[in-house]
Write a protein that binds this ligand. Structure first.
Ligand SMILES: [Zn+2]
Length: 439
């Protein structure tokens, strides 16, 4: 047990390095994600061992008791789309975004992440993505990745999509393959179907997610390719998983219909300007939940590490920002500030994603589930973050950092709760060309 915890927090050694065998969270208002009321949660070996109204009988040493006094505890976020290696690269080589450091995810409440390659699947490849995914695992996160990138034929490590998923533990699907976008490889339906069938079969063989995660661009063809695939093949709808559905209102309306066919559809929590045709993530989620599309087939991801154009009042591109996982925490806060019920919106960040990705011990607070937990304060902000039973954030203080993160700098940057804040370790890529699309 001691060795287990030592291994989980070895990068770097946290300030509280005395191993804790068991943690008892007392008086937690548990949203599992449904509201189950006040509970005590016993945590050990990275999992939820016990969940109950009374306190368990424990005469053990080495137990850490934390009285949450009724504060809300929710499952850690599962971010199904992040450029963990850094994305970008669409405005010269200098615009390649650096890797996203550990605390950028954990401070935002992301306890599980799926890494993807984007437009640049040429200077970046599955090999690099796999290494970064494993680096995040070493640092304590639950991390997976997709093979491939924007383009077909897909970049792979072993030689085929099916082999990558079957033989490489962290690889669970393919993506983000771009459609309806000028940066795509303009794939034909047959090309898409070949990849979709490979990923579906690989999912059957392994029990992994087995999804084709599709980047949707601004193109007018929208989701037509997916409708054609469903109309002409036997492939189950869940294999086709479109993201960025809120980037245009018309695309969003298409996605509402597509979800009724059985597809899970993904909202991206990117910033949306007032004159933009897109929908902010909080608005999009409520619109989805108010529709008659299935409530358990909507998810939200951050696009963290991707490049984001920033425009001034005149619509001129002034700088290039970096997508930040904090946008997930900001979206939940915006929803709750607006009066949304936590149990209504929470599944899109947690249990719905776990269902799609077949992560059976994630996204829920239940006995034997992973001890990936967030505590919310009265202002609907995330005050505490636990990954696998280890506090990475405690009372708003970052406890665990990635290998190359500066503790001092990270504190000042991360405590602002501002998704626009630039991480000091991540230099802003210099903008060279005048027009960049959301990645
Ligand atoms: Zn994308």
């Amino acid at each position: 047990m001691q060795e287990y915890f030592a291994a989980r927090v070895k990068y770097p050694a946290p300030s509280y390095s005395v191993p804790v065998l068991l943690t008892l969270l007392q008086n937690a208002r548990v949203f599992a994600p449904e509201d189950v009321g006040i509970r005590n949660i016993l945590i050990g070996a990275g999992r939820i061992l016990w969940l109950g109204e009374s306190e368990p009988e424990l005469g053990l040493a080495g137990i850490s008791r934390v009285d949450l006094r009724g504060r809300r505890v929710v499952p850690g976020f599962i971010d199904g789309h992040a450029h963990v290696t850094g994305g970008g690269g669409e405005s010269g080589f200098a615009s390649r975004v650096p890797p996203v450091p550990l605390s950028r995810f954990t401070r935002a409440g992301v306890t599980s992440v799926v890494g993807v390659l984007g437009t640049d699947d040429t200077t970046r490849d599955t090999r690099a993505l796999l290494a970064q995914t494993r680096a995040l695992r070493e640092e304590g996160m639950s991390a997976w990745c997709h093979t491939g990138g924007y383009h077909l034929p897909p970049v792979t490590l072993i030689g085929s999509v099916r082999d990558d998923i079957v033989h490489l533990d962290p690889v669970i699907g393919v993506g983000e393959v771009a459609i309806s976008d000028h940066r795509s490889s303009q794939p034909t339906l047959d090309e898409i179907l070949r990849v979709a069938s490979d990923v579906h079969v690989a999912g059957l063989i392994t029990g992994k997610a087995g999804i084709l995660h599709l980047h949707l661009g601004d193109g007018g063809r929208g989701l037509q390719m997916i409708r054609d695939a469903l109309a002409t093949t036997e492939l189950p709808a869940r294999v086709f998983n479109p993201t960025h559905i809120n980037r245009r209102k018309a695309l969003f309306d298409e996605a509402l219909e597509l979800a009724k066919s059985g597809c899970f559809v993904d909202i991206t929590a990117f910033p949306v300007a007032e004159d933009d045709d897109g929908l902010p993530a909080d608005v999009a989620l409520l619109k989805y939940l108010d529709s008659d599309s299935p409530a358990d087939q909507i998810t939200i991801s951050s696009d963290g590490g991707g490049c984001l154009p920033v425009f001034n009042d005149q619509g001129e591109l002034t700088e290039m920002d970096i997508g930040n996982p904090q946008s997930l925490a900001d979206t939940l806060q915006a929803l709750l500030d607006g009066g949304a019920a936590l149990q209504r919106v929470l599944p899109a960040f947690t249990s719905n994603v776990a269902t799609l990705l077949r992560l059976h011990d994630k996204g829920r607070i239940a006995t034997d589930a992973a001890a990936d937990l967030l505590v919310l304060d009265d202002a609907h902000r995330i005050s505490d973050v636990m990954l696998g039973g280890v506090w990475h954030v405690r009372d708003n203080q970052q406890q665990v950092y990635g290998q190359f993160e500066s503790r001092q700098n990270s504190h000042s940057a991360l405590n602002t709760q501002d998704s626009k804040t630039q991480h000091p370790d991540m230099d802003k890529p210099r903008m060279i060309k005048p027009r960049i699309d959301k990645q």
